[in-house]
Design a binder for this molecule. Structure first.
Ligand code: SF4
Length: 509
């Protein structure tokens, strides 16, 4: 068939489309009355409205009849010239000149294939990885039960001081608010002789009663494995990279200042478990002064992370003073605050704190780096805290830890990253859980599994919801799998992470 003669205005995709429609292999059939009626109605709509979609519907229906029944448009009484004029009309209507062939043969199948890749996730995520927003009714029921047991009024529930004052630190209190089997109580009693337990009443309200492997409970209540695993101690983090009082440094231009050992809650997977110790401490002014002097004396340092413990545990006055001192150091250009408190105790994010952060951010950019490990930790309350924070600092970034049973599946990690992005937080890192603390070996996930999970996100969720996958081993080392397979002449061979398809990418000369 000479398309150039018969279809002069149409592009190659549309010529292919006409080929497919008018030349199906095999014998043709007779259309049913219903099929005739449908095509007549579709044609009428396509001719009548100045819209592209009714035209697409005509061609999609024709492709469907071709695939299902080997019917050609002629079997339905349609002339090629009629369809050519519809095709031309479609291309003229489209603002970007997209042809009907390009749309039907290329774009729509790509979308269909992309949709298939996320179908399983969309079907399973609410059941397997609900957010704290989706579980909010149950969390509110838990809250009322916990308030009653702790004899805690609404004012105290809604204040940071109240949450810390009523924090659950003993197994007796924990077993009052949660119906725990006797053997679990004995086990927690045994572990908490060695490791601290603290969870705020708010964080405890996120635990769903009766779920033995609840991801919130796994992160906050120590388990017997911590004792079984302990033994082959690697020197605690910070023992080997602290060049000055309170300072950790791996890199030339970034330092961390560990400004307290205290947190709103103590996590079962804490990298700084040795540093946390048994007693909460805010340090004397001289310690901060020495740390600030180290920063002042090292003009290469441009980015300072204030962490702990948890930076938001610091009294407002101390936090404001440290930030102001840093803002006065000329070579310090950026600051970060490390805090999990917006998740564990979002009541801390009040007007006074926001003003301190906003004032410092107005001088030099200030970011908040948090740790959210499951979508369950995003509730209407924590989301609101992050919304307010994100309005006063230059970025709120998440550093999750990949944890067995908590977020080590595609569904759970996708849901985490999408949920935090919707809560004004940018997914930044996912850490492979550290080997340095054998106490939580049971929570570690093989590196390869994490690679599969993170790589599965490419092409399937928003690019800025995809975190970097990192191992901490004398600094942060990226763990992503390479998608550069090799070279073929002047081309690089690349692999699409979402479907494994190989493509050639012409390299620069
Ligand atoms: S909040 Fe951070 S520093 Fe504190 S216990 Fe949890 S992981 Fe460790």
């Amino acid at each position: 068939m000479n398309h150039e003669a018969s279809l002069p205005e149409l592009d190659a995709f549309t010529r292919d489309l006409f080929d497919e429609l008018f030349c199906p292999a095999g014998a043709s059939n007779t259309p049913t009355q219903a099929e005739r009626r449908t095509i007549n109605e579709l044609m009428q709509q396509a001719r009548g409205e100045g819209l592209a979609k009714p035209i697409v519907d005509v061609f999609r229906f024709l492709l469907h009849l071709r695939d299902e029944k080997r019917l050609t448009p002629r079997d339905l009484g349609l002339e090629k010239s009629e369809l050519v004029s519809l095709a031309e009309h479609h291309q003229a209507l489209d603002e970007h000149g997209v042809s009907i062939g390009g749309r039907c043969l290329k774009a729509l199948p790509i979308v269909r294939e992309a949709n298939a890749r996320v179908a399983d996730y969309l079907e399973r995520h609410r059941e397997e990885a609900p957010t704290g927003i989706e579980l909010w009714d149950k969390i509110c029921t838990n809250r009322e039960r916990i308030k009653q047991i702790l004899n805690m009024g609404e004012d105290r529930w809604n204040s940071f001081g109240g949450q810390l004052k009523y924090a659950i630190e003993s197994v007796d209190t924990l077993s009052q608010i949660m119906d725990l089997p006797q053997e679990t109580v004995i086990e927690i009693q045994r572990v908490t002789r060695h490791y601290r337990m603290r969870l705020t009443p708010y964080y405890a309200s996120l635990i769903m009663p009766g779920a033995p492997h609840d991801p919130i409970m796994l992160q906050s209540v120590p388990t017997a494995e911590m004792l079984t695993n302990a033994g082959s101690e690697v020197p605690p983090v910070a023992a080997d990279h602290s060049p000055a009082r309170l300072i950790d440094q791996f890199y030339p231009r970034v330092v961390a200042m560990k400004a307290t050992n205290m947190c709103g809650m103590y996590c079962t997977h804490c990298l700084r478990i040795a540093h946390i110790g048994r007693k909460d401490r805010i340090y004397p002014r001289e310690a901060y002064t020495e740390a600030l002097q180290y920063i002042r004396d090292n003009p290469r340092i441009r980015d300072v992370l204030i962490t702990g413990g948890d930076a938001f545990v610091l009294p407002n006055e101390t936090l404001a003073w440290i930030l102001a001192e840093l803002d006065h150091i000329e070579h310090v250009r950026l600051k970060r605050l490390g805090s999990r408190i917006p998740v564990t105790t979002p009541q801390r994010i009040n007007g006074e704190l926001l003003d301190i952060l906003g004032r410092s951010n107005d001088k030099k950019p200030l970011r908040v780096v948090t740790q959210i490990n499951t979508a369950r930790e995003i509730t209407p309350v924590s989301r609101e805290a992050f919304r307010k924070l994100s309005g006063r600092v230059s970025a709120v970034l998440n550093q999750a830890v990949l944890l067995k049973g908590i977020n080590d599946s595609t569904v759970k990690m996708w849901k985490l990253c999408e949920t935090i992005q919707e809560a004004y937080v940018r997914p930044y890192y996912v850490f492979n859980c550290s080997y340095r603390n054998p106490q939580f070996d049971h929570l570690r996930v093989p590196v390869e599994r994490g690679r599969d999970i993170i790589e599965s996100m490419y092409g399937n969720i928003s690019g800025d919801a995809i975190p970097r996958y990192i191992a901490t081993a004398g600094g942060k080392i990226p763990l992503h799998r390479s998608n550069v397979l090799g070279r073929c002449g002047s081309d690089i061979i690349l692999k699409k992470p979402w479907d494994g398809q190989e493509v050639k990418y012409p390299d620069a000369g």
